[in-house]
Design a protein around this ligand. Sequence first.
Ligand code: NAD
Ligand code: UDP
Length: 312
Amino acid sequence: MSRKKILVTGGAGFVGSHLCERLLNEGNEVYCLDNFFTGQKENVIHLLENPYFELIRHDVTTPFFIETDEIYNLACPASPIHYQYNAIKTMKTSVMGAINMLGLAKRVNAKILQASTSEVYGDPLVHPQPESYWGHVNPIGERACYDEGKRSAETLFINYHKQNNVKIKIIRIFNTYGPKMHPNDGRVVSNFIVQALQNQDITIYGQGNQTRSFQYVDDLIEGMIRLMNSKDSFTGPVNVGNPNEFTILELAQKIIGLTGSTSKIIYQPLPSDDPMQRQPDISLAKKELDWSPKVNLDEGLIKTIAFFKSTI
Ligand code: NAD
Ligand code: UDP
């Protein structure tokens, strides 16, 4: 079997570093590209000894050229505090990053996968969310730089496919957690675990009755690879997430229980446009990819807690 050359943008981030490791383990040559905004070298440092791994500091808002067979386009901050830090840059990363990577895919005839998001559904009025739902997004709100950036990227992907026959795949990722999240990432699972392990107050935004459906990172990586390897006629978008839905209060209580923490729950203001509910309809992923999540929340949290215990 010939070794595939695979470019992973955002490869030093949380999801990207798991993906690089898995692709290397499968015998591929992996180019990990990152500007280290939210990612870090530590996430992939153990891969540097592998002769088939290269780490490249580059920003996807400027063009990049390499001979490659496949591109996984993950570059983009994913946590609300980080993507809102420089909203214009976030939008440039999604839009110019997509243009630059699609241009590269077209030039070298590579297959390209876009890491899209459940945020394209905004604060959804349809529940659970199927891919056919067009969403409910505020185009001028605090989340718009991310949501509209990702929506524009989907538009670019589908049109490069229709106009230029570029082989594309669009995955809509729902809330994913696991080892290698940055302790200051700011998303709910890592925040609550870090707070619980340090017996600090657990910060619930709003009443804690908003819901999310949490997917363990290994399940996501399996879904991404299955999508990349699916037949060319299947472009997505396809939801990949775990349909088990929990309120944020239930998540906090679960993490307190699993860590044996003495933390107290405190309530802080709910950020604007924070979606009230989210749950993927994964019928399409089951049918087209023969994929469904395998790791339940308790199992995944136990592994993630063990990771944070060893790092903080
Ligand atoms: P992350 O912040 O850990 O990783 C993003 C990576 O992209 C980081 O390494 C960061 O340094 C890099 N990056 C950001 N801007 C860049 C730029 N301009 N040029 C090059 N690199 C850049 O987040 P993550 O959770 O690993 O998310 C990875 C991808 O998956 C993102 O595109 C995100 O939108 C998508 N996604 C993730 C989730 C989730 O729950 N984890 C959900 C939906 C979508
Ligand atoms: N959240 C919270 N406390 C925190 C971090 C997040 O209550 O310390 C809430 C947040 O308001 C949202 C949910 O948890 O309702 C998920 O937030 P996250 O940032 O992880 O992801 P997203 O909102 O993008 O799904």
